[in-house]
Design a protein around this ligand. Structure first.
Ligand SMILES: [Zn+2]
Length: 156
């Protein structure tokens, strides 16, 4: 099986970029990055630029970008999954904040880092290796992976 494309998302696609990360797709997003910086990064790191900006799309080499047509984040995500055939990949989630990799962490170690209710009711936790954010299934991870499962069923 081939490996999934690496992405970079422009400033218009922040929410969609966070969802792509939670589905495990390596997606650069920084709302302070200008067009030139994005373009340079994509060329250097062989990333596909996801953009709502026609001019920026045209400035990219052929195949190096996707002009996202859908207006709302959910539809944008569906469009990107469909165009790049992402439904074939099952990846561990990445950090929605920083695109870092997550690793399982023992429950006892995060007792003071999550709300008491969460500690009582959740059993497995993961921590971002870059920014240290803690994840559990009750966060958006659960919802977004369900959404992805439904898309898989339709297309599979
Ligand atoms: Zn992080």
């Amino acid at each position: 099986m081939s490996s999934p494309p690496l992405f970079a998302a422009d400033v218009m696609l922040g929410r969609t970029a966070r969802w792509l990360r939670m589905l495990g797709f390596d997606t650069f997003y920084d709302n302070r990055a200008g067009d030139d910086a994005l373009k340079k990064l994509c060329l250097e790191e062989n990333r596909v630029l996801l953009t709502k900006d026609v001019a920026l799309h045209k400035a990219m080499p052929a195949g190096g970008s996707r002009l996202v047509e859908a207006v709302y984040p959910r539809q944008q995500l569906e469009e990107i999954i469909s165009v790049f055939h992402l439904e074939q990949f099952t990846l561990p989630p990445r950090c929605s904040l920083c695109n870092g990799e997550l690793a399982a962490i023992e429950k006892e170690l995060i007792r003071d880092l999550v709300p008491p209710y969460v500690f009582r009711t959740q059993s497995s936790f993961q921590r971002c290796q870059s920014c240290q954010k803690i994840y559990w299934q009750g966060t958006h991870l659960g919802k977004i992976s369900k959404f992805f499962e439904n898309i898989r069923k339709v297309s599979g």
